[in-house]
Design a protein around this ligand. Structure first.
Ligand SMILES: *[C@@H]1O[C@H](CO)[C@@H](O)[C@H](O)[C@H]1NC(C)=O
Ligand SMILES: *[C@@H]1O[C@H](CO)[C@@H](O)[C@H](O)[C@H]1NC(C)=O
Ligand SMILES: *[C@@H]1O[C@H](CO)[C@@H](O)[C@H](O)[C@H]1NC(C)=O
Length: 339
């Protein structure tokens, strides 16, 4: 507090009272602080999107594996996080123009998706050397461009391959730039498996990036894909019930997004439909109700979103075709270990 304020405690208190009165006690505020996000695969059901983006929703941000926000999700309340999937996207001049045109609420950018994974499973299959080159040439300059983007290192699969890839990537980075390597503002991770495995993987990444480098302040981690594949809804609900409080309580975890914002019929064969937030009729599953904050927040199993609610534009059917294709290719990712 400044000297000035000390001399005028009453005026200060009045100002404080006014400020408190003016601060909207809305969930938008809570939303903003929520770590919870949406890995958006292109759900074409308007009521599902309406529910996910309704005012009581704990979801504060979303991404769709691309720099182009989906037209079905209104972005006013949610922070859209662009992702540059691979080297082609990184070197395309249209990509930088596109991210420049995003709303100012977009501040963070995700880079290469599962470079240690195959393209057949949604990965970008990039050699560490090539990734380092493209990252330094195209991604790092975004930190100085326009709004000064906060950039992430590539998000690998949650496996030994992932860590191995990151080590090689780091070596390649320092071969190219002896001073700076590949600077990053945060880390993005994927996890498909049980809770203990997730905690172990995050611990490993935290050790690799923070503990072992004595990095201060430590880099924060975003878990951008997360689910318990090939098991039923009960197993997923139990895993999520254990996971969400843990992630919310870890300071080094900044954001996370569950992989499952779809109905069972839109799930891919690899994860199975136990991960789905919605049932076949668009009601919340047990998993969905939990992710939305449960009954405390006004969400229960079976609940549906409102028709045309909260400014959702339904349709964009053409999107579903490309998404269906992408979906079938994507996210068989992650190594199915430690179940
Ligand atoms: C961190 O350092 C210890 C000690 O050198 C090493 O055994 C461990 O493998 C390192 N962890 C990671 C994730 O690289
Ligand atoms: C990357 O390599 C550099 C140079 O060898 C090293 O100082 C740094 O600790 C490594 N970074 C990580 C995260 O291991
Ligand atoms: C989550 O865990 C709490 C206590 O740990 C329990 O009361 C609740 O029923 C669980 N919910 C689900 C959906 O498993």
């Amino acid at each position: 507090m400044s000297q000035h304020h000390k001399q005028h405690p009453r005026r200060y208190l009045h100002a404080l009272a006014l400020l408190t009165a003016l601060t909207p006690q809305t969930t938008a505020q809570e939303n903003h602080n929520s770590k919870r996000g949406l890995a958006y695969v292109g759900n074409t059901h308007g009521t599902d999107n309406a529910l996910l983006t309704s005012t009581k929703s704990p979801i504060s941000w979303y991404y769709n594996w691309s720099p182009y926000p989906p037209s079905q999700v209104p972005s006013q309340n949610l922070e859209f996080v662009p992702l540059i999937h691979g080297v082609d996207g990184a070197s395309d001049p249209q990509t930088a123009r596109q991210i420049d045109s995003l709303p100012q609420s977009s501040t963070h950018l995700l880079s290469f998706n599962e470079p240690d994974g195959t393209t057949g499973s949604g990965g970008s299959a990039i050699e560490p050397d090539d990734a380092a080159k493209a990252y330094i040439e195209h991604i790092v300059p975004l930190r100085e461009r326009g709004r000064k983007w906060k950039i992430s290192h590539p998000s690998t699969t949650g496996s030994g391959n992932g860590l191995d890839w990151l080590r090689k990537f780091n070596e390649s980075c320092y071969k190219i730039d002896k001073q700076n390597g590949c600077p990053t503002d945060f880390i993005a991770a994927h996890w498909y498996g049980n809770f203990e495995g997730l905690a172990g993987w995050l611990g490993t990444l935290n050790e690799y990036y923070n503990t072992n480098t004595s990095r201060n302040p430590p880099l924060k981690i975003w878990i951008t894909e997360l689910a318990l594949p090939q098991l039923d809804a009960d197993a997923n609900a139990q895993m999520m019930n254990q996971t969400l409080p843990y992630l919310d309580s870890q300071d080094y975890v900044e954001k996370y997004s569950w992989f499952g914002a779809f109905r069972p019929q839109d799930a891919n064969g690899w994860t199975g439909d136990g991960v789905a937030l919605f049932d076949g009729d668009g009601g919340l599953t047990k998993v969905g109700a939990l992710y939305m904050g449960g009954e405390n927040r006004g969400f229960k199993e079976g609940q549906r979103g409102e028709e045309g609610g909260d400014g959702v534009q339904d349709g964009a059917r053409h999107m579903s075709i490309s998404w269906g294709l992408l979906l079938s290719l994507t996210f068989a990712a992650g190594i199915f270990s430690t179940l």
